[in-house]
Design a protein around this ligand. Sequence first.
Ligand SMILES: Cc1cc2nc3c(=O)[nH]c(=O)nc-3n(C[C@H](O)[C@H](O)[C@H](O)COP(=O)(O)OP(=O)(O)OC[C@H]3O[C@@H](n4cnc5c(N)ncnc54)[C@H](O)[C@@H]3O)c2cc1C
Length: 465
Amino acid sequence: MSTSNAVADGTTQTLRAAIAGEVFVPGDLGYDQARQAWNLAVDERPAVVVEAGSAADVTRAVRFARAQGMRIAPQGTGHGAPPLEPLDGAMLLRTSRMRGVRIDPVARTARAEAGAQWQDVTVPAAEHGLAALAGSSPDVGVTGYTLGGGLGWLARRYGLAANSVTAAELVTADGRLLRADAGHEPDLFWAVRGGGGSVGVVTALEMRLYPVRELYAGVLFFPIQRAAEVLHAWRAWTGTVPDEVTSIGRIMRFPPLPEVPEPLRSRAFALIEAACLGDVGTGAELIQPLRRLGPELDTFATIPAPGLQQVHMDPDQPVPSWGDGAFLADFPAAAIDALLAVAGPDADTPLASVEVRHLGGALARPAPDGGAQPSVGASHLVFAADLTPTPEAVAAARRHAQAVKDALAAWHASYDYYNFEETPVGASAVLPPAAYRRLQQIKAGYDPDQVIISAHPVWPALVRP
Ligand SMILES: Cc1cc2nc3c(=O)[nH]c(=O)nc-3n(C[C@H](O)[C@H](O)[C@H](O)COP(=O)(O)OP(=O)(O)OC[C@H]3O[C@@H](n4cnc5c(N)ncnc54)[C@H](O)[C@@H]3O)c2cc1C
């Protein structure tokens, strides 16, 4: 479809007057701030930025974009901005003002507006002894994370966040506000549960919560020189633990920054991170074989469920970063040796973090009536990332993350993880093939002109790239 590079002043005045939120075009004071994604390495220059204040604003913005012949990129926080195509001539439709959350402690559900961050859900849910299937970071958006699957600390017990969604409200490309749930709009309901954000602009999600007040969770830090011993022990241990345990084996190289705690600053470690559902005695018993290895630092403790979002030590404010990942069908001992050759103590790599998440458990079992990712066809997930303040740093991160992926090529699954794929690739690379084909049919029905821009594009059935 045709796009315009600029929007006439008079035309945006109409939109400004019609919505409760704000509208910015290039040259406006506030345009640069409004277009800035959480990931500071991303520099998108859309023709217009709309900061919607409500579902009604989203509807008006979508209709406005259609009338102008513009495509629309929905965005909450911009954590997932790296793979987006250039937004020249498009509308960036930000939902970051829409952060309302309602917890129903009796039904054990949450309703989160599209711009809600995970901390907006986990903290009020915890007041009722409930936990959401949040990821590792408190300020990642509920919507983008969940649309792409959503792998968090409770994943081996409760599965992907997407399969706990009970309803979505969304504005389709033709400007209709619809509700999709078990009884309405079955195709849209299926598509939003793991198929990414290509079928409409979500205005709210409803999801199940789980009775988890506290967990036994933390990190064991070992000097990187012990990486082989520690990661082999972790891998063997994951074969013995129940679904109540979700864990990560990791190599971290901490930068020489003042905000990094002194014992970690400028040093490199092999880490084991884990969260164990159940009481402290059971958790301590489960962790004991790893503790016996004698970590330099041990942060395991009983923590309230929202505290899980500190365990992984994600940046707590916007940063420039770049990463890449892959699902692994298998992760034998030889894969650890291959990983250490490119990320271990003797490797010449700038990557700040190389992690392997242990999957399986509930993730491996198809969710009853699940969505586009009913289960995960992989036993592990590798992700490599770095802080990238300069284009040279981005190039280096890409090169070294690719080296990590290449080193593990023998064990790759048939597709990668939607949320951890920061390279601009189509959705066919990050979804099971059958799911992608059904998504193409749904896209053809709801958005045949490809108005909605998503992190990983879906080509409507019968339309060639
Ligand atoms: C520090 C960090 C930690 C992370 N931890 C985890 C983790 O533990 N587990 C995990 O699974 N992932 C994790 N991720 C990946 C994360 O889930 C993705 O980057 C996700 O896309 C972020 O969602 P967002 O809404 O914050 O980002 P955004 O960039 O705002 O959105 C990403 C994409 O989601 C879609 N989208 C967003 N809002 C809407 C909407 N209203 N309607 C339609 N489509 C929409 C769009 O396609 C958009 O391009 C992490 C990422 C970072 C940077």
